[in-house]
Every structure is written in C-alpha cells, then in structure tokens.
Write a protein that binds this ligand. Structure first.
Ligand code: PLP
Length: 397
C-alpha cells in the first residue's frame, strides 16, 4: 500500500462540507427538478463580471501583446501590471506604494498561503477572530503554524476584545482579519479595527517582536449602503493585504489576486522577499498572465453588487419576519441564521427536507448557526421563501 502523508490524504478524501452539500444538491435536482432545489451552499458569485472585463480581455488579446500575453511573466507579476495596480491603490486609498510592494497570486487562497509560508517559523501562532473561513486552518497548518481563535461578540459578531487579547502569547506571529466577513457578512467598524490594532501594538511591544496583520479582503468592495471598509495599512504598519478578484469582478475560476506588503512595514524588503520565496517554494511560478493584465486594468471596478444588496434585504427581512434570528450582513453575500435547535447539523438536515441547502457554520467556528450563501438570482430567493416558512413552522409543531 502506498505510504502517503495522512494529513494530505485526509484533505484529498474528506470533502469540504460546502462542496459535499453542493454535490448533494446536484443529485437532489435530478430527483425533484432543479427548480425545486434551493442551493445556498457555495460562495460562487451569481452576477456576471462587468462588461468592461470581457471587453478588456478582448482588447488585450487583440492588441499589441496578442499571443505573447500567454508567456511566463516575472514571478511577482509583470512590472507594468504591478505599476498600474500600485497607482490604482495609491489613488483609491491614499497609499504610497510602488510596484515592488505587490505580488500577483492565484486568488486570495494563494495570497494567504504565500503569507503564511513567508512568515511562519515552527511553533508560531495566528490569532483569528471567529467566525472565520474554514481553509485558514488548512493553510496555517500547512505552513507549520497553529490557529488560536478568539470569540465574537454574540450580538454584533464584531470580535470580542477581551477574548481577542487573551488569545495572544509570545508565540503569536500574526493576526488574520477578514472583513467583510465570511461567514457572517459583518463589516468590522473603524472603532473595532482601531482597538484590535492597539492591542496588537501593545502585544508586539510586550513580546519584543513584530506581530503581523494579514488582512484577507476578497469581499472588500461588496458592501451595502451605510457601510465602508477601512484600508487596514492606514491603521497598522505591519500589514499584508491578501486580495482577490474572485468576488468583486466575479472571476473565481480565473484565479487572480495579490499580496500587498505595506511600504510602512518593518523590514518591508525582507518580508516581500519571503513572500516571493514562498511562492517559489509552493511552485506557483507566476499568476495567470492574461488575468494579471485584466486585473491591473480593471482594479476598483465591480460586478453589479446591487443584486447582492437586494438579495440581502429580501432574505434578511423575510427570515426575521418568519421568526428566525439572523446576523445582519453589512457586506458579502452570506447570512448567518441561528439554528432552531442546539445542533446546527440537525437543523440543516431538517432544512434539506424542504429542499433548502444550508451549510452548518460549525466548520467556520460558529456552532449553533447555519450559513446561507445568497449569491443566487433574486427570483430563486423569492421562490425559496415558502420553504423557509415551512422550516420555521416545523419547529412550532
Ligand atoms: N478568503 C475568504 C474569506 C473566502 O471566502 C475565500 C473564498 O471563498 C477565499 C479567501 C479564497 O478566495 P479565492 O477564490 O480568491 O482564492
């Protein structure tokens, strides 16, 4: 029998919960008809990329670069693309970056793995406010580090500051923040971020070593009326931003994003070199060439996020009227709904009886809740409301 590393084998054979539900949904659709299945399992954007993205792809292919656009690029991304992106970030966020602060990656997932591999020494820990994206555990363990969770405020789902501070130790290498947040949709307020980063500065001074802030921002632009996402490098010098165009431009299959190493970071050149080294160690070679160009030319644009806002409004108001307790999302396309029984897995199983496919939020370190990914056409949400009503009613009888 093959002698294989058990952790890797387990990752390859045990499917992620959301994927499992998604596959189940496909089977169910064959039995009862796709129109009767309400699949809220995956965060796959339902809105088309902006027309400008497809036009840019055509222009790039038809333009001077033509077929040569498919060649290898510099490992960190071609200089003209990084220059364009740096100028865009400087314009949008009042940054003072250069092309050499940017490293193109295959989405946020690769940006995160590059950061964790760049920073982690044996025994290092990362503090992460719950709830959080399940794959952080895999990425951090893969780099040889350990996750230490802190709790959310149970009412607002902003991080609980007492629990956050208690999670630090001399082994703390970094903090991972994801706002707007998957799975809660909560946008961390300016006050929260100021308090979190104050604690980080105090702890770094106490331990006598830097503590890095890794800001995972695939939902940066998907925010609703009244919410805004502060630029974290303005709060904390030792910040690495992991960005992705998967959600903002609806390009998840094209695998494009970047790491931004703040120019104000201590040892900025060393950290940047370590990010490049991590990309090499992981065999990433370079991020997709065509989409580096497209991302650089389209940075700051978004797909039609008004659709997500309409979905949020419809779902949140309907579910609360039905008696569900929900966390109100300020952004993303996720909504947490409180399980109507102690076991959220059993709750999601009961939802399946009404052809509602929800993901138990336990794997996001949020037991007692289910996640609804509402990146679906608005009419599907409307069509699913009677099923939600039946689910609520089933707990009354
Ligand atoms: N981080 C968070 C919070 C996510 O929700 C996701 C994807 O859903 C990712 C990272 C990975 O995204 P990407 O497609 O850019 O790799």
């Amino acid at each position: 029998m093959a002698n294989l590393p058990s952790d890797v084998l387990a990752l390859g054979t045990r499917r992620n919960v959301m994927r499992e539900i998604f596959e189940y949904g496909k089977l169910l659709a064959q039995k009862v008809g796709a129109e009767n299945v309400f699949d809220y399992s995956l965060g796959n954007p339902s809105v088309a990329p902006p027309a400008s993205v497809n036009q840019t792809i055509r222009d790039v292919l038809d333009g001077a670069e033509g077929d040569s656009i498919h060649a290898y690029t510099s490992a960190q991304g071609d200089l003209p693309n990084r220059e364009l992106l740096s100028a865009s970030l400087n314009r949008r966020f009042g940054e003072n970056s250069t092309a050499d602060d940017l490293y193109f990656t295959m989405g946020a997932a690769a940006a995160l793995t590059c950061c964790f591999h760049a920073l982690t020494c044996p025994g290092d820990e990362y503090v992460i406010p719950a709830p959080y994206f399940t794959e952080y555990q895999v990425f951090i363990a893969g780099a040889g580090g350990k996750v230490v969770e802190s709790k959310p405020d149970p009412k607002t789902f902003q991080p609980d500051l007492v629990s956050f501070e208690a999670a630090f130790s001399p082994q703390t290498k970094g903090v991972v923040i994801n706002s707007p947040n998957n799975p809660s949709g909560v946008v961390y307020s300016k006050e929260t971020l100021a308090q979190l980063t104050d604690i980080m500065r105090q702890k770094a001074a106490e331990y006598g070593h830097p503590i890095y802030l890794i800001s995972d921002e695939p939902y940066r632009e998907i925010v609703f009326d009244g919410f805004s996402v502060p630029w974290l490098p303005a709060f904390y010098d030792n910040t690495l931003v992991c960005y992705s165009y998967s959600k903002s431009l609806s390009l998840p299959g094209e695998r494009i994003g970047y790491v931004f190493v703040s120019p104000k970071m201590e040892d900025n050149r060393l950290i940047y070199a370590a990010v490049c080294g991590a990309g090499r160690k992981l065999g990433y070679v370079n991020a997709p060439a065509l989409f580096q160009r497209v991302a650089a030319l389209c940075d700051g644009q978004t797909a039609d996020i008004a659709v997500y806002q309409e979905n949020r409004n419809l779902l949140y108001s309907s579910l609360t009227q039905m008696g569900f307790t929900c966390v109100e999302p300020g952004g993303t396309f996720y909504l947490l709904i409180k399980s109507m029984e102690a076991d959220s897995v059993a709750f999601c199983e009961r939802a399946r009886e009404f052809c509602l496919l929800l993901a138990p939020a336990d794997s996001f370190s949020c037991p007692g809740y289910a996640r609804i990914a509402f990146c679906v056409p608005t009419e599907r949400i409307r069509a699913s409301l009677p099923a939600f009503q039946k689910l609520a009613d089933s707990y009354q009888s």
